[in-house]
Ligand binder design. Structure first.
Ligand SMILES: C[S@@+](CC[C@H](N)C(=O)[O-])C[C@H]1O[C@@H](n2cnc3c(N)ncnc32)[C@H](O)[C@@H]1O
Ligand code: SF4
Ligand code: SF4
Length: 374
């Protein structure tokens, strides 16, 4: 049995939408046949995978989803999550998940009250998405959400968060638009600079407290609020504990969830799916199983990339006073413009060099003071 028990599984590259922002682009639109998926389940069993999070493309578009859910049930593997655009969630699907013993959390993407249809490139997508949240709540399923943050929706974060809370969403992760795939090709959505993203987050934070939001909200790695339990935190500041030792791997992902790509390659995380060059260096699980794929040079090199190696390859970071806290940031974000393992994550860099720790803390204090006045 291996040391991870969960895999995020891209069961199809096909999709019912052609979103303006999709980092996977249009050349990932293919679907493995069911016999390949069933063979992957055998590798899951061999390694000790007990849980899967289904994603895509749009995972609910598969015609043979019932057969897949039955096979997972027979293998005693739970579907703990489904990442979806929500349009294809039906009562029948929810019934089937229950019948196969799953207590699934649906992560239903939502890209803003005014902008969801623009991002999804589909008129009426917002109504479908909000209806999906309602149906899940009615049928007793937990929901979470991911929001892609860009110039178009930065101004209505407060209202969009309230909307999600009203529709029973338990947790939201807001992430800046990655300029990859359709976002890069179509140029229909305008990204924000790192300073604009961080300023918009600081502008919103007081409202999290004033509005007494109960839903958990992650503003990327820069703010985490859990109004239900009265907790807040700045995740990026916690990453440093991973790298006191410069020979330790620096990926700060707290839960290491491998990502099984449509062609059977095991990737270190979902972000790599959008980078053909890196992706194709990874090994297929049919070539020796999950453990062998994780030990392959490309996968192990990515996950085992150390702070020492980073400092050796990036002069600016080597000389930087924040190196041990920042670690150069996330390798995926760093590589966005031109996949480069040794690059800088512009968001982390801006956060540390421009005093955003103080600005986030000040925004929290302001929010708490205003909330106390009410
Ligand atoms: C690729 S989709 C697959 C699951 C499903 N089809 C959906 O849209 O939720 C997974 C997540 O990636 C997000 N995403 C896609 N392109 C992105 C980009 N360029 N920048 C940031 N997030 C992106 C989507 O909004 C979604 O939350
Ligand atoms: S973001 Fe999701 S829904 Fe949109 S095109 Fe990509 S896979 Fe499909
Ligand atoms: S703050 Fe910038 S220069 Fe310093 S370690 Fe981070 S990415 Fe590198």
């Amino acid at each position: 049995m291996g040391n991870v028990d969960v895999v995020q599984w891209m069961i199809t590259g096909n999709c019912n939408y052609h979103c303006s922002h999709c980092y996977l682009g249009e050349d990932n639109r293919m679907e493995p046949d069911i016999s390949s998926l069933l063979s992957y389940i055998e590798y899951f069993k061999d390694y000790g995978i007990k849980k899967v999070i289904l994603t895509g493309g749009e995972p609910l578009i598969r015609k043979d989803l019932g057969q897949l859910l039955k096979a997972l049930y027979d293998a005693n593997i739970k579907v703990t999550g489904i990442i979806t655009n929500g349009a294809l969630i039906t009562k029948d699907l929810l019934g089937m998940l229950k019948d196969f013993g799953n207590d699934t959390t649906f992560s239903i993407s939502y890209d803003g009250d005014e902008t969801h249809d623009v991002v999804r490139n589909f008129k009426g997508a917002k109504e479908k998405t909000l209806a999906a949240f309602d149906l899940c709540r009615k049928e007793g399923f937990n929901t979470a959400s991911d929001m892609t943050f860009y110039r178009g929706n930065a101004g209505n974060l407060r209202e969009s968060i309230k909307t999600l809370e009203e529709h029973g969403c338990s947790s939201l992760k807001v992430s800046p638009l990655l300029m990859a795939g359709n976002a890069q090709k179509g140029k229909l959505l305008e990204s924000l600079t790192p300073t604009e993203v961080l300023d918009a987050f600081c502008e919103y934070i007081p409202f999290y407290f004033v509005d007494k939001i109960k839903m958990k909200v992650f503003l990327s790695a820069y703010f985490y609020g859990d109004g239900q339990n009265g907790i807040w935190d700045i995740p990026v500041e916690r990453f440093k504990m991973y790298v006191d030792d410069c020979d330790k791997a620096m990926c700060a992902k707290e839960e290491k969830v491998p990502f099984l790509y449509i062609d059977g390659r095991l990737l270190p995380c979902a972000g790599v799916a959008g980078y053909k060059e890196q992706r194709e260096k990874m090994r297929k699980i049919s070539d020796g199983g999950i453990e062998a794929a994780m030990k392959s040079p490309a996968y192990a090199g990515f996950m085992g990339y150390t702070l020492k190696e980073h400092a050796r390859s990036n002069h600016d970071c080597k000389e930087c006073e924040y190196l041990k806290t920042c670690m150069g940031g996330c390798r995926i974000i760093a590589g966005i413009e031109d996949f480069e393992l040794h690059g800088k994550d512009r968001y982390f860099c801006t956060y540390f060099k421009n005093g955003y720790l103080g600005k986030v803390k000040a925004a929290v204090q302001l929010g708490k003071s205003l909330a106390a006045l009410e």
